[in-house]
Write a protein that binds this ligand. Structure first.
Ligand SMILES: CC(C)(COP(=O)(O)OP(=O)(O)OC[C@H]1O[C@@H](n2cnc3c(N)ncnc32)[C@H](O)[C@@H]1OP(=O)(O)O)[C@@H](O)C(=O)NCCC(=O)NCCS
Length: 196
């Protein structure tokens, strides 16, 4: 596994930019993560149904347009665990999304490391002023990881009809019927710098 010194890192995690090109195995893991019903549920989306060739085309189209900045999350051995992305990009702000597809790795600190690495990239290399995100109120694991990396809660609001984190399918009305709540979180550049 070739890992470049220039890729963002934190703790045990290295972030591989999508622009570096993914191996077939990495594409497979990426795709399977978006097809997993449990992960989709946590993410407020529907499991992906499109074939992998179309998935690749959609992702690479978004990358080429600069709509989103995506990274594979690699562990200390270079193994693909999931993805972390910055989207809704403006000159100053971005929204963060993260999915670890390797469920047996949840709760071991990889998500926190990945968020720390992408925040450093956002504030130091992209010079952004603020990174936002939203997650379900019942997703305590995600909130804990985000808080450990520097995010604070801004508001808790009823969730609108959830949309997939990647524009690959229709929304899931069932979640709205269950009156889920969204926690909106953010971290500013100053707050992040004060973490040291
Ligand atoms: C959310 C996610 C990225 C977090 O990554 P992770 O590697 O599992 O998280 P970390 O291990 O870095 O941190 C999780 C923390 O939450 C804690 N935690 C786990 N389950 C918890 C629960 N039910 N209640 C409270 N805390 C919990 C862990 O103990 C850990 O805290 P600690 O390090 O102080 O012990 C990952 O679990 C994931 O991809 N989940 C599925 C998709 C998802 O929810 N994505 C986010 C959508 S916004």
């Amino acid at each position: 596994m070739l890992i470049s010194d220039t890729w963002p890192r934190s703790g045990r995690v290295t972030l591989k930019p999508f622009t570096e090109g993914l191996t077939e195995e990495e594409w497979r893991r990426f795709y399977e993560c978006f097809r997993d019903p449990e992960i989709a549920e946590w993410n407020g989306s529907r499991p992906l149904r499109m074939p992998i060739w179309l998935f690749k085309r959609v992702v690479m189209g978004e990358v080429a347009r600069g709509d989103r900045l995506g990274f594979g999350i690699l562990d200390e051995g270079g193994e693909w665990l999931g993805t972390v992305e910055l989207y809704d990009l403006s000159r100053t702000d971005a929204t963060l999304g993260i999915l670890i597809g390797a469920k047996d790795r949840w709760g071991q600190g990889y998500g926190t490391d990945a968020v720390r690495a992408v925040l450093r990239y956002a504030f130091e290399r992209m010079n952004l002023q603020r990174v936002r995100l939203k997650t379900f109120k019942h997703n305590l694991r995600a909130q804990k990881a985000f808080q450990k990396a520097g995010f604070r809660v801004v508001s808790v609001v009823p969730a609108p009809t959830p949309r997939p984190s990647i524009s690959l399918g229709p929304s899931r009305p069932k979640a709205e019927e269950r009156r889920l709540e969204d926690v909106h979180m953010e971290v500013t550049r100053e707050e992040w710098q004060s973490l040291g």
